[in-house]
Design a protein around this ligand. Structure first.
Ligand SMILES: [Zn+2]
Length: 251
């Protein structure tokens, strides 16, 4: 039995028998963790408000090798997003992001970059709520990239050439792109230079810089988000639901 102490982000909780709760966290040092918080349903629980979704916490728990569910011994709140989480718009988008993390992040497989990226996205969204769609697109791009799922839009998947910045390219069924010279061979849905620029910029900038870049490109961002939704649905083999924030992912 190992004792683990790490930073974590509360993704969700659900009630268990008696007074207990199951807490799902993305942790910095141990990946996705599901744990039992004993007595957490009691009004005066020692866990207090640290179990609210999106709380950044210091968590400690016992972990037995053969069991996925850990036994939480302590959670201390480091940062709460409680006030911003009362905004339904924030709640909807980040509940979706939390759902994606639960699907993509492997249990007990640490990915510090994923943890830090998620935390920075939350922090940026908390003070720049009007940029939430751009931040969620940024989050999706990085979630796919860190999972090894993100296609390269740097070069044509047919001839290997890097398209010019001003060049429209064509989306392929595998979500790669082909350059304008190769689109005649079945280019698929056009990807505009601005859409491609958004996709590439997200991979090189902080969320803060990215939302400045995306600020004047609302329509293009929506289109990129739709493509990302389709990629994610394909990988998870099911429709994902960002409750209307994203148009149907089946298209
Ligand atoms: Zn080409």
């Amino acid at each position: 039995m190992a004792v683990v102490e790490t930073e974590g982000l509360v993704l969700r909780t659900y009630a268990l028998a008696d007074a207990d709760k199951i807490v799902v966290l993305l942790t910095k040092d141990d990946g996705l963790v599901r744990g039992v918080a004993k007595g957490a349903k009691r009004l005066k629980s020692r866990f207090g408000s640290s179990l609210e979704p999106f709380s950044v916490v210091k968590v400690s728990y016992f972990r037995k090798e053969e069991r996925e569910l850990v036994s939480i011994t302590g959670i201390d709140l480091e940062r709460s997003f409680f006030s911003v989480a009362s905004n339904p718009y924030f709640l909807q988008h980040f509940s979706y992001a939390a759902e994606l993390l639960q699907s993509f992040a492997p249990p007990h497989d640490p990915n510090e970059r994923l943890f830090n990226m998620t935390k920075v996205c939350l922090e940026t969204a908390a003070y720049k709520q009007e940029a939430i769609p751009a931040i969620v697109a940024y989050f999706e791009i990085w979630l796919l990239k860190l999972g090894g799922f993100l296609p390269s839009w740097e070069m044509c998947s047919n001839c290997g050439r890097s398209p010019e910045e001003s060049e429209s390219v064509g989306l392929q069924p595998d979500f790669g792109i082909v350059c304008k010279n190769c689109t005649g061979r079945g280019g698929g849905q056009p990807v505009s230079p601005a859409q491609r620029a958004l996709f590439l910029r997200a991979q090189k900038a902080s969320p803060e810089k990215f939302i400045l870049f995306a600020d004047s490109l609302e329509g293009e961002l929506e289109e990129v988000s739709r493509v990302l939704g389709r990629m994610i649905s394909r990988i998870l083999n099911r429709e994902i639901n960002n409750s209307g924030a994203k148009v149907s992912a089946s298209g």
